[in-house]
Ligand binder design. Structure first.
Ligand code: MG
Length: 435
């Protein structure tokens, strides 16, 4: 077994990623307080330059507050296409040079150098990789090198922006001890407040709390925090594979050529998948549509897309791909959709392809679905119109009053229900720890 002190994990994180992409496009903005997102009344800051941070502006802050704190700030709308392209470029550079890495979010990668340290100096290797990324993309990046993911991430955050630092095993505790507990990745507002109320502000103090007490106050999460305070984290670097995906497919009872029905089914499937995506706080960068003709001929179309988790954009894409695919006037027996190239991220979805209203709508719909199930809210186009009587009045459905063909209908409903399979890769992925 490899001991923790023998591990070498690099955490690489772009500095103010979205802002940096904007500065590269528009160098006039360099040195100014720049904020991406949050320009409308209810918008939220997605990224801000270090000049804006000096005024207390930070990501996830309401744009209104940011404007009050930093009236001279320049607000930029943001362009997810550009950020996604830059993100892929960075991943590509890393993929060409290291065998084991994880893409943790749109601008963060973990690299496991364990075993390679005998051939390369890890610090030298990481430093050169960082310079290569800066040279090839023109975007600033920082990294931390240490014995596990948690400590490496804390190291990165401490040496940002434009920094690099190594904390080898013997220095882990002395490095963590004086830091505020809110520097531990994944510590939420509520936990931070609870610890503050107990007088626990520094990691050193947290590390001294007895296990039983920690469990009593915060449960398993508390024990996990305690470990992190001690600089211990066994979570592995999960290799970045194209296979990371979620998908769903429908086989028809009777083969069909009804295009409108197909589109409605696609809409329903995409809606379910994006809900799942948002529940896992993930974004996708690739959509695949598959159809199978009645003669079992199967065809597939794929499209790379900017990182997203929004229905409207993905539904349009799915319909486009379907249109390209369905070239033969032949009956269909199966239709499927897959979303892949998943990374952690959520706040970013507010940025693009969407209005504030749509963003709010998704949050509201997801809340209902989380309480009442995925099919409690669906697009109107995928349900049948309600039955009406002769006067045009909607006939109310009475669950106690059985209709004659009720049993049959129930069977049919079960059969036609969209089946969703979640790739095991994804369901086992840890929840994002970004705070
Ligand atoms: Mg970053």
């Amino acid at each position: 077994m490899i001991m923790q002190q023998d591990k070498h994990i690099i955490h690489m994180d772009q500095d103010a990623f979205f802002v940096s992409v904007e500065l590269k496009k528009n160098p006039e903005l360099i040195g100014k307080a720049v904020i991406v997102g949050g320009n409308s009344d209810r918008g939220v800051v997605t990224s801000c330059s270090y000049e804006a941070r000096k005024f207390g502006v930070h990501a996830a802050m309401p744009g209104r507050t940011a404007k009050l704190l930093c009236p001279q700030a320049i607000f930029v709308k943001g362009n997810m296409d550009d950020y996604s392209k830059a993100s892929h470029e960075i991943t590509e550079i890393i993929a060409q040079r290291v065998p084991l890495f994880e893409k943790a979010s749109i601008d963060e990668h973990y690299i496991d150098m364990t075993g390679m340290d005998k051939f390369f100096g890890c610090m030298k290797f990481a430093s050169e990789l960082r310079q290569t990324i800066i040279k090839e993309t023109g975007l600033p990046i920082s990294f931390g090198l240490s014995v596990n993911k948690t400590v490496a991430k804390v190291v990165t955050n401490e040496c940002k922006p434009n920094g690099e630092m190594e904390i080898p095993f013997p220095e882990v505790r002395p490095f963590l001890n004086p830091l505020s507990v809110h520097k531990i990745p994944g510590i939420g507002q509520a936990t931070y407040r609870k610890l503050s109320e107990m007088g626990v502000r520094k990691i050193e103090t947290l590390a001294e709390i007895p296990q039983e007490l920690m469990f009593k106050i915060l449960g398993d999460h508390g024990l996990n925090l305690l470990q992190k305070a001690h600089g211990i984290d066994f979570s592995p670097v999960v290799p970045y594979r194209e296979r990371k995906s979620i998908g769903t497919q429908t086989t028809f009872e009777n083969d069909s050529m009804d295009i409108n029905k197909m589109k409605a089914i696609l809409t329903g499937m995409v809606t379910n998948l994006t809900f799942e995506l948002r529940s896992q706080q993930k974004l996708t960068a690739c959509i695949t549509v598959t159809i199978r003709y009645s003669n079992f001929e199967t065809v597939t179309q794929q499209a790379r897309i900017p990182y997203t988790a929004l229905d409207s954009f993905l539904i349009t894409k799915a319909h486009d791909l379907f249109k390209k695919l369905y070239s033969k006037r032949m009956l269909l027996r199966l239709i499927g959709v897959k979303l892949s190239h998943l990374v952690s991220g959520f706040e970013q979805i507010g940025l693009y392809h969407t209005s504030e209203e749509e963003y709010d709508l998704y949050q509201a719909m997801d809340k209902v679905r989380q309480s009442y199930g995925v099919e409690s809210v669906v697009k109107a186009c995928i349900v049948n119109k309600p039955q009406r009587d002769d006067n045009g009045k909607v006939i109310k459905y009475n669950p106690r009053k059985k209709r004659p063909d009720e049993n049959n209908k129930e069977e049919e409903r079960k059969k036609s229900r969209i089946r969703t399979f979640i790739n095991s890769d994804v369901s086992s992925v840890n929840k994002p720890t970004d705070s």
